[in-house]
Write a new protein. Sequence first.
Length: 255
Amino acid sequence: MLERIEGTRYVTPLREGGSLPGIVEGSDLGTYVVKFRGAGQGLKVLVAEVVVGGLAGRLGIRVPAMVAVDLSRDIARYEADEEVQDLLTASVGLNLGVDFLPGSFGYDGSWPPSPAEAAQIVWLDAFTANVDRTWANPNLLVWHRTVWAIDHGAALYFHHGWPSRSPDPARFAAQPFDASKHVLLDVADDVRSVHDRLAPLVTADLVDSVLGDVPEEWLETGVGLADPAAVRSAYAEHLLVRLASPAAWLPGGAR
Ligand SMILES: Nc1ncnc2c1ncn2[C@@H]1O[C@H](COP(=O)(O)OP(=O)(O)O)[C@@H](O)[C@H]1O
Ligand SMILES: [Mg+2]
């Protein structure tokens, strides 16, 4: 599982984010952008963050480190803002902490990644069906003159159907990806070569290790998903079946 720390102080909200993320100090003296379990989008967006961010990191794409942040009732006690207090009270338990990159700024094209790095990010987004990386919402930060990928909560959208529909990996595998609005499309070189290089690295063991990072209490059961282990296997199967069907989703088409 992700390293687990205690949240010791809520510092300030990050007003830019749609999900009301906030900055929290941790028991390890770190500073984290926390994505709260009690925010409107629910636990599945936290799972998508850990799975897609975890895949990215293991494949050499720069992503901030992630931890599980345990929040106790006490953290809400000194919070004056009522909206934040409600959010903190609804978020007692494990939340996602993303290492805060101090001084970073939102991607504006002034420090583009190399064409190879850009192509890796486009490939990751196509593979995981992440539509949330456009000029309107780049979800890329520039830190120390390099580009870091953040916010993978919109990926793996298929899981939002799970409470009522059984998992359907073949359907996800066949889902096309529209890269035409991707913020890095103009910078990226050949995404098909990236697939040839990265796909063999995404083994069943690597996928299991990524899913092993997800805290068990975030894995919601549903139709055909009796327990957290079944949920983990369903994610693994969706990823591996889609990986083997690049013709459906790879920008530029499969070779
Ligand atoms: N690790 C980080 N370091 C510094 N700033 C961050 C970090 N993560 C997010 N932010 C800032 O917070 C904003 C919202 O974060 P994001 O993960 O995109 O959340 P949301 O799901 O609400 O869109 C980002 O646009 C960025 O400005
Ligand atoms: Mg965002």
